[in-house]
Design a protein around this ligand. Sequence first.
Ligand SMILES: [Zn+2]
Ligand SMILES: [Zn+2]
Length: 137
Amino acid sequence: MMKTCTVCKRELPLTDFYKRARSHDGIDYSCKSCVNERRRLWASKNASKLKQHSEKYRLRRRDEAMDYLGGRVCTCGYSDVRALTIDHINGLEGNPRQQGIKIHNEILNMTETDAREKYQVLCWNCNWIKRMEGKMR
Ligand SMILES: [Zn+2]
Ligand SMILES: [Zn+2]
């Protein structure tokens, strides 16, 4: 028994097709490799779309939060946003990078004055130095 795949048009043995209860002969219309290829494409397309979206969203929220705190610049004058981070002035458990959107939302929900009392924009160098000094004290 052979069947022609509707996608790649190859004539293949039935073992190369998945079973499909709803098709008229109980066999899928396209062969296994076509089905797998379609699944793979679909998954990778959706995964990268999702990732791009959330990364873009995260960066946008971060920029907004930094502007709210007085601008995208560290107290030392460093202003390359790629190496800037939001720092909890009185210290915060955990890595601020891992706080992600949560910290941005928190900032944007506070008044500017409250936010600036609690958070500041720091570059990773200053952030790191601050953390080292905190540990040595
Ligand atoms: Zn096929
Ligand atoms: Zn700095």
